[in-house]
Design a protein around this ligand. Structure first.
Ligand code: BGC
Length: 751
């Protein structure tokens, strides 16, 4: 579905399509490298200066390929040397920022084209003026292909000057050929002799085959131009005889990005900062994803940095997947197939703990075995055992939740039968075996860590229990529905997984009597048994200090404090709003928001989303700003070890689900929009069950919907319509009407 949107409210202006960094600051350089990184789901390249330097961390990071490490994490994503890092000499003098006088240094990430550029003008020691322009891209059309181009022009100077480039160790040029017509030299890389490292050098260039360098005589009007299309990991690019023409490779890459933006672009009227941040978020999520039948998935820092060693967490399913499911479903499907591919490891793991079904790894790599480090050495000294691998069990509900969300968004029954159902049913089995009977004749889940990782070994974490219950119910109702719609398919599935009728009944019974999994009472939901007895503390003071509390006060002390690292009970509100009443939602938001330190980047966007649902404009605005700041604020300092892809997914969700008020099921789309004062309008597109749906929300209380594809049932506040294909319809909305109040009038919102 790539049809062009026929009407627009995309905020104008190139500024919102770029992230620009002027000058150079060694202190923030590593953050800049990550923020301006390019990636294509297969590999990513940090935007390091080509001449390197002590503040640089140049890397090519390869998705899905994990190698052993001596750190407690045991496995880390494979990183390679960036082929664009080179030693460059001008007239024999090494070029460094310190060896020349810089007149301008500018870098920009071109979000629209998926390209990172650098423009640098400088005067060398002999007084000649130069202009450097370089470009990096991770080809969006050829997974292995890294595009790099350098143009170095002598702007002022009277004689030809020799410029020489030497590539890092391991990239040795083994042959060259010269085309007399174009004066281009093509040099090949010795490591992958069958494939070109097409270094095309304009002008009187020559390649020094032995020394691994390329040199050229540069004079005014005759710049050096080097274009290279390097195969990362030596995968065949499919180009004719392995040869690639740089210009056409770049053009096809840019076209592919243009097509992606046809669906993924997002308009925020009246707020250029938020507009830019929304595009930045979509850019990094689009860069993160690959359609590769589950060969790899997405780590918390995408391919822009090595934090968390590229392990895969719930960040992917709960934070990034909604964006992918609704704008690039093939990529969402691929991420979920990755989880299916790791099912056997999850099954083995469940057995090893004495459970049944699938116990997914909290930190997963290529095989799905648990890769959470077993200890960490804190900056202030002691080594602390990490229990998340054993206890952060909610991952086995987060994954099936994402499976079902994807299925509802796409109607991809074939995926469900082949992959999704198995994940869902095996997770239901896990939870059924994970619970233990408790005194009040309800089922408990003991010794877990909820999303709030400050508290370990707790009983009855409300989020975990609610999500476990949801998994059990959903598995049971999926089977019931399949039996109706496809009795043969249902039989085959149950036979394949060995699911007996009594097992299905048991899932229903356990779900019905799960402790702490209902939120309808107008009271504060206790985050886990005993949370309300914990010691009070001044959370606001800690928020300002911005230091993780377990480091500030110590790991043991934080366990005793009534404080929350990130949305936890509120995460259950975000994912399962239908289980809540509005009064209860308000009460719990009012209670938990002030207790939360937000020392995880996952937290602020969820609070922004919930503040929008609860019509608190200033709070929503505050958390939107805080979310944007995570990577783009503070001179990018926070992104030094990689951008935070979950927060970016969270930002998209805060805008689409929060401000846009979108909810989707397999039957209809529902909208209860609310715009904070700083936003005058929103426009976005979602792909929903073979339809392209363009949505526009204005601060004058109008919501427009246009549907391409089959008729679509839409609810806006209390009004229902079926929108015909190709039609654009306008609804009036009242921002005071919430999702909950719209349902109260018995308008059939319940399925
Ligand atoms: C958060 C987790 C998250 C992980 C990776 C942790 O700090 O608490 O929820 O999955 O970072 O982003």
């Amino acid at each position: 579905m790539t049809a062009k949107a026929s009407y627009e409210l995309r905020a104008a202006g190139e500024a919102t399509w770029t992230v620009v960094v002027e000058g150079f600051d060694p202190l923030t350089e590593r953050g800049v490298e990550a923020v301006l990184a390019v990636a294509n789901g297969y590999f990513g390249v940090r935007a390091a200066l080509e001449e390197g330097g002590p503040s640089s961390n140049p890397l090519v990071i390869v998705a899905g390929v994990y190698v052993p490490t001596t750190s407690p994490a045991r496995q880390t994503l494979l990183t390679l040397a960036d082929p664009a890092i080179m030693n460059l000499t001008i007239n024999g003098q090494p070029l460094h920022k310190s060896s020349v006088h810089t007149t301008k240094h500018l870098r920009e990430l071109d979000l629209r084209r998926g390209v990172s550029r650098r423009a640098w003008t400088f005067v060398d020691r002999e007084g000649r003026s130069w202009r450097w322009e370089s470009l990096r891209a991770a080809s969006a059309t050829r997974p292995e292909c890294y595009l790099y181009q350098l143009r170095l022009a002598l702007e002022q100077g009277d004689a030809p000057v020799e410029v020489a480039l030497t590539f890092p160790r391991g990239v040795v040029l083994m042959s060259e050929s010269r085309d007399p017509q174009t004066e281009l030299v093509t040099a090949r890389d010795a490591q992958t002799p069958d494939l070109p490292k097409v270094a095309s050098l304009a002008q009187a260039a020559r390649a020094d085959v032995e020394g691994g360098s390329i040199s050229a005589l540069v004079e005014p009007g005759k710049p050096l131009l080097m274009s290279s299309a390097s195969p990362i990991l030596g995968v065949d690019s499919g180009g004719e005889n392995g040869e690639c023409d740089f210009a056409s490779l770049l053009a096809e890459h840019e076209r592919a990005w243009e097509e992606r933006w046809e669906v993924a672009d997002f308009g925020v009227a009246g707020n250029p900062g938020l507009q830019q941040a929304a595009r930045f978020a979509a850019y990094h999520m689009l860069s993160a994803a690959a359609v590769n039948e589950g060969l790899s998935s997405i780590g918390p820092r995408n391919l822009s940095g090595t934090a968390y060693h590229g392990h895969v967490f719930w960040d992917t399913e709960i934070f990034v997947l909604p964006f992918l499911a609704l704008t690039w479903p093939e990529a969402a499907r691929s991420c979920l197939i990755y989880r299916h591919r790791t099912l056997d490891a999850a099954r083995r793991r469940a057995r090893s703990y004495g459970y049944e079904g699938a116990f997914f790894a909290w930190e997963s790599t290529d095989t799905g075995e648990e890769r959470t480090p077993d200890h960490v050495v804190l900056p202030n000294g002691p080594a602390v055992r990490i229990l998340n691998g054993e206890q952060e069990n909610h991952i086995s509900a987060d994954i099936p939740y994402a499976v079902v969300q994807y299925w509802r968004a796409t109607g991809d029954d074939a995926f469900m039968l082949r992959y999704g159902a198995e994940v869902l049913l095996e997770c239901a089995r896990f939870w059924c075996s994970r619970v233990s009977p408790a005194a009040q004749s309800c089922y408990s889940i003991r010794k877990v860590i909820g999303p709030d990782e400050y508290h370990e070994g707790v009983d009855n974490n409300a989020y975990t229990n609610a999500m476990a219950r949801w998994t059990l119910e959903e598995a049971e109702s999926y089977v019931a529905e399949l039996r109706r719609s496809d009795p043969e398919g249902a039989k085959a599935l149950l036979r394949r997984l060995g699911v007996k009728p009594e097992e299905l009944r048991e899932w229903g019974q356990v779900a019905d009597s799960m402790c702490r999994s209902s939120f309808l009472e107008d009271e504060v939901v206790e985050q886990f048994d005993g949370f309300s007895d914990l010691q009070e503390m001044d959370v606001v003071a800690f928020r300002q200090a911005r230091v993780p509390l377990d480091i500030a006060v110590g790991h043991e002390a934080v366990q005793r404090m009534r404080v929350v690292k990130q949305a936890d009970v509120l995460m259950a509100l975000r994912l399962l709003p239908e289980l809540w009443s509005e009064a209860s939602a308000r009460r719990n938001m009012a209670y938990y928001e002030p207790l939360t330190t937000h020392t995880s980047s996952l937290s602020p966007p969820i609070h922004a989303l919930l503040a929008a649902w609860l019509r608190d404009g200033p709070l929503c605005q505050k958390y939107l700003e805080q979310t944007v700041e995570i990577d783009l604020g503070n001179s990018f300092l926070g992104a030094a070890s990689g951008i935070h892809v979950a927060a970016l997914g969270g930002l998209w969700q805060a805008l689409v689900f929060g401000l846009g008020g979108l909810k989707f099921s397999d039957r209809r789309l529902e909208f209860d929009p609310f715009l904070p004062l700083s936003v005058q309008g929103l426009s976005f597109t979602v792909l929903w069950r073979q339809r392209r749906v363009d949505v526009r929300v204005s601060d004058e209380g109008i919501l427009d919907v246009k549907v391409d594809g089959p008729p679509c049932e839409v609810r806006v506040n209390r009004e229902w319509r079926v929108i015909k294909p190709g039609r654009r319809e306008s609804f009036r909305f009242d921002p005071a009407v919430t999702y909950w109040s719209a349902r109260e009038v018995g308008n059939g919102a319940d399925d």
